[in-house]
Design a binder for this molecule. Structure first.
Ligand SMILES: NC(=O)c1ccc[n+]([C@@H]2O[C@H](COP(=O)([O-])OP(=O)(O)OC[C@H]3O[C@@H](n4cnc5c(N)ncnc54)[C@H](O)[C@@H]3O)[C@@H](O)[C@H]2O)c1
Length: 265
């Protein structure tokens, strides 16, 4: 098991990629704090992990509320006494063309995706540093994995705030990795392409949009949340001990593609 005995917080873990990460980390031996605004689904995910023999609990948290994040860290420490891993995954999507995008919507997306990631990462990093400076030197220093996107790189005219937030995550990942390197704490990101989760429900159901997405996906299919979770588990583990400040793209070959590929469906 990659993460035996470690304690991991996964944000936005009530469904989709976050849920897959929480479940995978638990299977790798981590004790998992399932953090999300969605009480009902988040509780189900934690219960599911426990009924499969893992260890987890749900904690309701809006990642963009400083007090909520403070309480999340306190809850994790109260239950498991330390933190080793943060998966900074919670995010929301705007869906208006640039010219119609309202200020409040821009703020909502940046607040959750970027400020939320910053608040969680800083709070966890402070705890990791405390464990390193006050601890007995045993154990590894800890790791943070941010959920980025291919849209940290590509521009999306109908999801401007989202793309901006993911561009920010790329810089947050690099800057934090350098800031925390002296402690041995690693910070990386995963950049998914199009993954079949509730966030992409409408795209997947709409034939024309599906074709558009698949024409930009050389592997010819949407990704599965579990395929992202596998990378997160590796980056969070000591197996990735010399990897920091980087983004691993898992996009079915979209980033290197110029033009389009044929769609066979
Ligand atoms: N699905 C994709 O194709 C895709 C592609 C690239 C990147 N991503 C990224 O992967 C991550 C997960 O995406 P997903 O597709 O699973 O999304 P999703 O919408 O299915 O799940 C997001 C989760 O985040 C939670 N959440 C939203 N706002 C929150 C807040 N303020 N505080 C705490 N929790 C909050 C939601 O309740 C939900 O459980 C996101 O960072 C997303 O940007 C997804």
């Amino acid at each position: 098991m990659l993460l035996a005995g470690k304690v991991a917080i996964v944000t936005g873990a009530a469904q989709g990629i976050g849920q897959a990460c929480a479940e995978r980390l638990a299977r790798e031996g981590a004790k998992v704090v399932v953090a999300d605004v969605n009480d009902e689904l988040g509780t189900k995910v934690a219960e599911g992990i426990k009924s499969s023999g893992g260890e987890a609990f749900f904690h309701q948290c809006d990642v963009a509320e400083r007090l909520d994040v403070h309480n999340l860290i306190a809850a994790a420490l109260a239950r498991y006494e330390r933190i080793d891993v943060l998966v900074n995954n919670a995010a929301v999507l705007d869906d208006k063309p640039f010219l119609d995008l309202e200020e409040a919507e821009f703020d909502r997306v940046i607040r959750t995706n970027l400020k939320g990631s910053f608040l969680c990462a800083q709070a966890v990093a402070r705890q990791l540093v405390k464990q390193i400076t006050e601890g007995d030197g045993s154990g590894s220093p800890g790791a943070i994995v941010n959920m980025s996107s291919v849209n940290a790189w590509f521009g999306l005219p109908d999801h401007v705030a989202y793309s901006v937030s993911k561009g920010g995550i790329a810089q947050l990942t690099k800057s934090m990795a350098i800031a925390l390197a002296p402690y041995g704490i690693r910070v990386n990101a995963v950049g998914p392409g199009s993954i079949a989760t509730p966030m992409l429900d409408e795209v997947i159901k709409d034939k024309a949009f599906r074709t558009k997405v698949l024409s930009r996906t050389p592997l010819g299919r949407f990704g599965k949340p579990e395929e992202i979770a596998a990378i997160v588990a590796w980056l969070a583990s000591d197996e990735a001990s010399y990897v920091t400040g980087t983004t691993v793209y898992a996009d079915g070959g979209r980033m290197p593609l110029n033009y389009v590929v044929p769609v066979n469906e």
